[in-house]
Design a protein around this ligand. Structure first.
Ligand code: SAH
Length: 338
């Protein structure tokens, strides 16, 4: 097992189990998360016996970066995992800091009609270590600190719930990556029971919901998950989340030309979310391999934006990052090296 798969508490319990002192967990976490050593031998404040015990029970295997692509404010990294599967992560340089878009699965089972990541189906969940090490590995390469994490890469994070929670704990823990909860965003297509479960954890991380349509008929067509959890149930679960956490949610809404970008769509969207503490993030569609949809023209995007704004709802248009290197939303793939 990779030692990065354990939370701090789990590591404390491990040491208690082997009749060691609990504070060993603090020592080891410092080596892992602050010093970022690549082997147990480098943990110089541990005894030889303890080091060989750790070596027997754990490994520190990093996923390898096998390809990097750079564009103006964005870099994309292709990782090769230990079983030869591949995933991608994307770094975005903002004026407020550096954010990393982390993948949560190899492939994805959600089959949203506009998204490249689901083309292969879910191959497997990523381990917490494979999510954490995307951050650490990339920080080592860019030699800068990542200030924000968005779990918006390949995969549906709520379809890998337990590993996601371990990841969040270790990302947020001051002894871990030490990234503030409010700097972490999880995006889901709307797996309703998991939204309740997440709400009950009362984390202060940001929740984003991929909405993309404001009625069931259209959402059924775009996102198969809507056949399982209808909009009404989804909105109910979000109300519960808001009550429980006192946070604001983000609704992501892709703009697909001629599909969901008309005036009546905007008005229907406003009606759907008007009583919720939320904001809407419009995502101009990023074209990908199947050419099924088109991106609306800029003035059509702004018209849609203006309607929402006029209704008094907070709205932004997502800056288009990385489409030159296929690093934008919906373009990431779990592809083998070409
Ligand atoms: N499975 C999660 C995480 C993926 S996040 C989720 O659905 O939220 C990636 C975001 O990009 C989602 O809002 C997704 O719907 C959106 N997206 C997918 N394909 C896209 C495309 N071609 N253009 C723009 N956004 C896209």
């Amino acid at each position: 097992m990779n030692i990065y798969d354990l939370t701090f508490e789990e590591l404390e319990n491990y040491f208690l189990d082997i009749e060691e002192k609990k504070y060993r967990a603090s020592q080891v976490f410092k080596w892992l998360y602050k010093e970022r050593v690549l082997s147990f031998d480098e943990m110089t404040d541990l005894s030889k016996e303890l080091i060989s015990k750790l070596k027997k029970d754990f490994n520190i295997n990093y996923p390898l970066v096998v390809k990097e692509e750079h564009d103006k404010d964005v870099s994309k990294f292709l990782f090769k995992l230990n079983d030869n599967e591949h995933i991608e992560s994307v770094v975005m340089y903002h004026d407020y800091g550096i954010s990393l878009c982390v993948s949560s699965q190899v492939g994805c089972n959600m089959k949203c009609s506009f998204c490249e990541s689901g083309k292969r189906g879910r191959v497997r969940n990523l381990l917490p270590s494979e999510m954490i090490l995307q951050v650490i590995q990339i920080e080592k390469i860019i030699k800068k600190r990542i200030s924000h994490i968005v779990v918006m890469g390949i995969g549906e994070p709520f379809d890998n719930f337990d590993n996601l929670v371990t990841f969040i704990k270790n990302a947020n823990n001051p002894k871990g990556l030490e990234i503030g909860a409010r700097h972490i965003t999880v995006s889901t297509c709307g797996i309703v029971p998991k939204i309740y479960e997440f709400a009950n954890l009362s984390y202060q991380v940001n929740l984003a919901i991929s909405l993309h349509a404001s009625n069931d008929k259209l959402r059924d067509e775009l996102m198969p998950i809507n056949k399982v959890y209808k909009l009404e149930e989804l909105i109910e679960s979000i109300k519960y989340y808001l009550k429980k956490t006192n946070r604001r949610v983000t609704f992501e809404y892709i703009l697909l030309k001629g599909v969901n970008d008309k005036k009546e769509n905007a008005l229907e969207l406003c009606k759907l979310v008007k009583d919720l503490n939320c904001y809407i993030n419009l995502i101009p569609y990023n074209e990908n391999s199947d050419k099924k949809y088109k991106k609306p023209k800029n003035d059509e995007i702004m018209k849609f934006y203006d309607i929402i704004k006029k209704e008094g709802i907070n709205v932004t248009v997502r800056r288009e990052f990385g489409s030159n290197i296929s690093a934008a939303c919906g373009q990431l793939r779990s592809k083998k090296e070409e």
